[in-house]
Design a protein around this ligand. Structure first.
Ligand SMILES: N[C@@H](CCC(=O)N[C@@H](CS)C(=O)NCC(=O)O)C(=O)O
Length: 247
């Protein structure tokens, strides 16, 4: 790790509105009090230049994308496949943990380490994929005009309901995993699994794809996260977020 007093790289987060970049901003705000510095470039989701800016750093043009500036003048280090560029949220969060913290997010027991790894994968795999199926079937009709919009909405309703039902199994897995002793997906303390979980959970809550009252422990986890000062600062700095309309 770089050590907080000698941060070796300054990250710049390319943050598209209503995107997964909120996880990266939340992580960086969690450690901002320790003196970790970062820059942020806010890009509107439907802005003409957004894809161009993102693609100028990585061909996929996705948010979050992070570029790194070496404070000691070291010009180029390839941490992934392009010098000084990080992509893929889970890996960006891991980089932040490895380079900007003194291990605060590393679980203390083997049991919690296994759980932390599992839920990082679950968040980015099963949960995000299923939530995004619903988002896709909502976004497509929203892009159309009368009468196509109404027709398409009717056509996709059964598909949307199918995925909503399917998601209840995932929510139950998440709810069952939480307890007084282990209130975080990373275990006894907040960690990478929690940081990776917030975007799909915010999507589910924002889009109305979950009845939180059915999952009290998951509801409490979500409420705890969204009331953390670091999370609130992340959303303020990241600009407008709307996970119902993806504006
Ligand atoms: N696997 C990537 C996914 C990133 C991603 O798909 N980001 C979305 C926003 S949440 C995006 O940039 N979409 C813009 C587009 O697809 O053009 C990650 O985990 O960071």
């Amino acid at each position: 790790m770089d050590g907080n007093s000698q941060q070796k790289t300054i990250p710049t987060v390319y943050n598209m509105s209503s995107s997964k970049a909120r996880e990266v901003l939340w992580a960086l705000e969690e450690i901002a009090d320790a003196g970790i510095k970062y820059n942020i470039v806010n890009l509107p989701r439907r802005g003409a230049d957004t894809t161009k800016v993102l693609k100028s750093h990585f061909p996929l043009g996705k948010s979050p994308t992070v570029t790194l500036e070496h404070v000691d003048g070291e010009a180029e280090v390839t941490y992934q496949i392009i010098p000084n560029v990080l992509t893929e949220t889970r890996l960006i969060l891991q980089f932040i943990s490895d380079h900007y913290t003194d291990g605060i997010w590393i679980p203390e027991s083997e049991e919690d380490k296994a759980r932390d790894t599992f839920f990082q994968e679950f968040a980015n795999g099963s949960l995000l994929a299923k939530v995004n199926f619903i988002v896709t079937f909502e976004v497509i009709p929203a892009m159309l005009f009368f009468p196509l919009r109404q027709l398409t909405l009717l056509m996709v309703l059964p598909i949307r309901l199918h995925f909503m039902n399917d998601l209840t199994i995932s929510y139950q897995i998440l709810d069952d995993a939480l307890s007084e002793e282990r209130p975080w997906f990373s275990g006894k303390k907040l960690g990478l699994a929690d940081l990776n979980m917030i975007f799909p959970m915010d999507q589910a809550v924002g889009g109305g794809y979950i009845k939180l009252e059915k999952y009290p422990k998951l509801a409490k986890w979500h409420d705890t996260v969204i009331n953390r000062p670091a999370y609130k600062r992340a959303l303020e700095k990241g600009g407008p977020y709307d996970l119902a309309t993806y504006a």
